[in-house]
Design a protein around this ligand. Structure first.
Ligand SMILES: [Mg+2]
Length: 186
């Protein structure tokens, strides 16, 4: 099975670092416990999406990104030893491709393919040759009717509330849980 795994919000804990950058740069102090939607910063603080992406990039450049599940690299390695392919698939911006690739290496995340998909080519992550995807986007969950042969493991995050979903969307509390469900489904 080819397993797609997202980076921001799935492997990588980006928000604390992003909020730290925002506080330092703008003085705006955002309570992370209040961060409850995909466009929280735009809706509540007037930042543009470009500005938010820029602050996220600065968090990447500043080494403020940590692992969400520190033990996950061994779990992913085990899936590869069992014959699965791992495709890391991310919308990370072009300036952060090097930083995020280095981060994956430093955190010993093994993979067979690394895809940077900024969406400009009109493709979603689900258009790539993966069987399942582990992701934290509420928008992808709404796209799953178009991909009946694929499964989305939608990672629970404060900003990921996709509402009612297709049968091929499974909500999970962790990447480890998603990988265990994938193993059990075979
Ligand atoms: Mg994500």
């Amino acid at each position: 099975m080819n397993i797609g795994v997202d980076v921001d919000g799935v492997l990588a804990d980006l928000m604390p670092g992003t909020l730290e950058v925002i506080k330092k740069r703008t003085g705006v102090d955002v309570d992370i416990d209040e961060y409850g939607s995909w466009t929280y910063l735009q809706d509540n603080f007037g930042f543009s999406t470009e500005e938010v992406l820029g602050y996220m990039d600065l968090a990447w450049f500043s080494g403020l990104v940590t692992m969400l599940e520190p033990g996950i690299s061994e779990h992913i390695s085990r899936m590869r030893r069992a014959g699965h392919l791992i495709t890391i698939i991310t919308q990370r911006t072009r300036p952060t491709h090097a930083a995020s690739t280095t981060w994956l290496q430093e955190n010993c995340i093994p993979y067979d393919a690394l895809v940077f998909n900024d969406g400009c080519n009109g493709l979603t992550k689900l258009d790539y040759p993966i069987d399942v995807l582990i992701d934290d986007s509420p928008y992808l969950a709404k796209e799953m009717a178009k991909y009946p042969d694929k499964t989305l493991y939608s990672l629970k995050q404060p900003w990921n509330d996709p509402g009612p979903c297709q049968d091929n969307v499974t909500h999970v509390a962790s990447v480890a849980e998603a990988l265990e469900l994938i193993e059990r489904s075979l």
